[in-house]
Design a protein around this ligand. Sequence first.
Ligand SMILES: [Zn+2]
Length: 220
Amino acid sequence: MTRDTLLIASGGMDSTTMLYEYAERIALAVTFNYGSNHNAREIECARYNCERLGIKLLVIDLPFIGKLFNSSLLSGADAIPDGRYDDENMRSTVVPFRNGIMLAIAAGIAESEGLTRLMMANHSGDHAIYPDCRPEFVAAMGGAIAAGTYEHIVLDTPYTNISKTDIARRGAALGIDYSHTYSCYRGGARHCGTCGTCTERRQAFAEAGIPDPTEYISEQ
Ligand SMILES: [Zn+2]
């Protein structure tokens, strides 16, 4: 199969599952270091899985985001609220237009590298809080990327309408070891277990009926 795809890989469960599911088509994975609490641990996981699959990983620093953007995700572990992932209080963790910025950079890199397809692992559970994960955003951004590149690069987001539980099921079928993925918005050595992303991660394993390999600080 032709390797025609650039994947935006964060090191979390969703993009790691996509990395394995589409490994044969992925020529390059790109991850962004934008100053979030959990960037360092996420990137470590992205690096581990890319190395395992023999896929080149590019780490791109975006230091201005941490300086100029307003988000609790950029402000240390104590600023992160506990709660459910789709709760209104999770809005403080949104990094404004993050996916738009990352996709724009990734589109430029894809065109430079002669790649014709971009992949991003947004899913249906993201829609409630994150505007730049919703189908209308993906359609509009996909249109802009296709129109703005000579090769009419295609944006492909096959998880847009499936849940994290579905993603965990797919990953388990692919034999993915999720202990080498990271989700916690607090960014500690162990997952906190109570922030929105930890709650979502735990719920996905439970609903999928898959053993959760994550070590949480708090078990509830
Ligand atoms: Zn957490």
